[in-house]
Write a protein that binds this ligand. Structure first.
Ligand SMILES: [Zn+2]
Length: 688
């Protein structure tokens, strides 16, 4: 038998996507094609940029800024598809290409931002921007280009630029390695248990552990993995202190194994390189550089907010610890509460105080009901409808819905990929295969939500914890930021806003999950369809501030350590473990609480680096989201149409059209205050 060679140029990655809704031809794609596709797309984009930079005509908005906005389409297509797969359905082949391609992409971006003739054109336009007759959006695009070029070093001498380029490439390589090391540590670890080791575990956790063990080649046994939903339920429910400690240590030690996947040397090098880059660009520290282009503007402003919360949170966590310690004593335990005990005793206390049992709650949070709840919220606020779309996707667990507006007009495609698997990175995120814009016609977005909920056994429905349901709403809020985007220029679309603003649409959306309108309708028992009993519902809502000292400390410590490590002016030969210890000692971190993400596996900071010196932004955004939701409360209607209209206009559909502070003021009529946040977390009591 002979095989027919593929016809030349048949790489499906290089042609326009012609699947339903303009989706890529997933079934025809094999990982090997990516390398060639990247090479071709990079070359094409280089040629486009060279033509714009070398245009003999004097620069104008059309032949420079708008031309840039129209360029790079092939590269956008290949990269967005590749990184969707690299996050949600990766494997050895994709990982190998990712390691090869990341530095190429970084080099490409460098060459772009350090292109002297190109910057000269942008700079010339920027200097006479008021005379160009631009509309507000065009002005914003020009300003953003100028800022980006300057922040990338476009105004520097050649020698400094070369050094910046080398730093960026090296950082890209290190960031990829960091993420892959964490994934490797998570993949390689499983605590294999026997039936007799499961004391305390409710059915859903047993089922998930059984499925995880089968997937790892241990049929009939039980596996606790380092996926958040697996390890967290184990820590919450397992009555076996010895096993909790073992699993918790493995969880904490990700990236710190001492072996080939140890991330500490990578972190030390990344922190040093970031500091050097900031210095080259004229900033005192990386944090100063990073925050200059954020809503917060300075590390002092970010730290000011965190400090305001930290003292109250720590005091409250101290009172929570005393209560848990009392519980240990009541049970006859003769040990000081440790970090691996906190979740277990907190769950017990929650049960005792509110008679609330996570296992009793989960049957009311079936995944499909929560998806429907997120959809109805979008329908009531923004008039959107969601219809299942039978389209081929990259994995059988991923599902798609067509999104339409109140007039039946196509808005975009939404893809939900909810279950954990070994080919998926941990965590939950929103991403896209295509972003909205109007420059190349009415381009409609294709938006994804990727989560890591435990996959149920065959035939069983997926049941979520309340936290999982909150994650679903959170990511869906990001999804709406992409779906509702209504801008002309691609660089301003959807979530392309500063990272201390980007969590506003997602964290704000979580509030609707907790409204009685949504909970009473969608929190229904998966077997009987009965609504959640009112008493249980009331208790869930009453527990919102329970254990918030712990949660706030766990998070805020991370945000403070992040600012600390990125505020080192000359971080030479950094001992990462010692630094973390010192940084935590400085803020008097309670011994019974661990950082939510320790530095060696802190992917927000080091896998890529989107949140480096930016982890504070979740709380910054929480100030915004608490204050923003208060607007609906003040209106006396959780779905108040007038407030929803402004929310859509200035936040969800506005992308990066405005400076974030201006956008917020346009929606709310004023800047936010921290009061609503402290109330929401229950940290506003006088005793704190
Ligand atoms: Zn988010």
């Amino acid at each position: 038998m002979t095989s027919t060679p593929a016809p030349a140029g048949a790489n499906p990655l290089l042609s326009d996507w012609s699947g339903p809704f303009g989706l890529p031809p997933f079934a025809a794609i094999v990982p090997d094609q990516f390398r060639a596709a990247f090479d071709r797309a990079l070359a094409a984009n280089k040629a486009e940029t060279a033509a714009i930079a070398g245009n003999p005509q004097p620069p104008d908005f059309l032949n420079t800024v708008e031309a840039l906005e129209r360029s790079g389409k092939a590269l956008d297509r290949v990269s967005s598809l590749f990184f969707v797969l690299a996050g949600a359905d990766t494997g050895d082949a994709i990982e190998a290409i990712e390691r090869e391609v990341s530095p190429l992409l970084a080099r490409h971006a460098n060459e772009f931002y350090l292109n002297g003739p190109l910057f000269a054109r942008i700079d010339a336009l920027y200097r006479r921007r008021d005379a160009l007759g631009l509309n507000a959006e065009q002005m914003r695009v020009l300003e953003r280009y100028h800022t980006r070029f300057v922040r990338a070093g476009a105004g520097l001498a050649k020698e400094a630029q070369d050094r910046l380029a080398a730093i960026n490439e090296r950082l890209a390589t290190l960031g990829t390695q960091f993420g892959q090391n964490v994934l490797a540590d998570e993949k390689s670890y499983a605590l294999i248990l026997e039936e007799g080791d499961l004391a305390g575990l409710p059915d859903f956790a047993r089922d998930a552990a059984r499925a995880a063990a089968a997937e790892r080649g241990h049929p009939g046994k039980y596996a606790i993995t380092l996926a958040r939903s697996s390890i967290e339920s184990f820590l919450q429910f397992s009555a076996r202190r010895d096993l909790r400690e073992k699993a918790f240590q493995a969880w904490l030690s990700r990236g710190e194994s001492g072996g080939a996947t140890d991330n500490r040397a990578i972190v030390a090098e990344m922190v040093k390189l970031r500091a050097e880059r900031a210095a080259l660009l004229g900033y005192k520290t990386f944090a100063d550089y990073r925050l200059d282009d954020q809503m917060a503007k300075t590390p002092q402003a970010a730290r000011g907010l965190l400090d305001e919360v930290w003292g109250r949170a720590r005091a409250r966590a101290g009172r929570e610890r005393d209560e848990l310690q009392q519980m240990v004593a009541q049970e006859g335990g003769n040990f000081a509460l440790a970090a691996h005990d906190w979740r277990y005793y907190a769950e017990k206390l929650r049960k005792a105080r509110y008679d609330l049992d996570e296992a009793e709650i989960k049957p009311y949070f079936a995944l499909d009901n929560m998806i429907a709840a997120a959809f109805e919220t979008a329908q009531r606020l923004f008039g959107l409808t969601f219809t299942p779309a039978q389209v081929p996707l990259y994995h059988p667990d991923a599902r798609a819905w067509e999104v339409k507006d109140a007039n039946g007009k196509h808005v975009g495609l939404f893809i939900g990929d909810y279950f954990a698997r070994t080919s998926k990175h941990s965590g939950a995120w929103m991403t896209s295969l295509r972003d909205q814009e109007k420059l190349a016609g009415d381009v409609r977005p294709v938006i994804l939500n990727v989560c890591n909920f435990s996959k149920p056994a065959a035939g069983e429905p997926a049941l979520l914890s309340f936290e999982d349901a909150r994650t679903l709403f959170h990511e869906f809020g990001h999804g709406l930021h992409g779906l509702l985007s209504n801008v002309t220029y691609p660089m301003l679309a959807g979530t392309a806003v500063s990272s201390d603003f980007v969590e506003l649409p997602s964290q704000l959306y979580e509030h609707w999950l907790e409204t009685p309108e949504i909970l009473s309708k969608y929190a229904r028992h998966y077997k009987t369809g009965a609504p959640m009993p009112k008493a249980l519902l009331d208790k869930i809502l009453a527990t919102r501030t329970f254990n918030q000292g712990f949660a706030t400390v766990e998070y805020t410590a991370c945000a403070l350590v992040d600012l600390d490590i990125h505020s080192l002016p000359e971080p030479d030969a950094l001992d990462v473990t010692a630094f973390e210890r010192k940084s935590l000692a400085r803020i008097h971190m309670p011994a019974e609480i661990a950082m939510r993400h320790r530095i060696p596996h802190f992917q927000h900071l080091f896998s890529g680096g989107g949140y480096a010196a930016g982890y504070y932004s979740y709380m910054w955004s929480e100030v915004l989201d608490a204050d923003a939701f208060a607007a609906f409360k003040e209106a006396g209607d959780h779905f108040d149409p007038a407030t929803a209209k402004k929310l859509r206009e200035f936040i969800y559909s506005a992308g990066n059209l405005r400076d974030p502070a201006e956008a917020y003021k346009a929606f709310r009529g004023r800047l936010p205050t921290v009061d609503a946040l402290l109330r929401k977390r229950g940290l506003d009591d006088a005793a704190a």
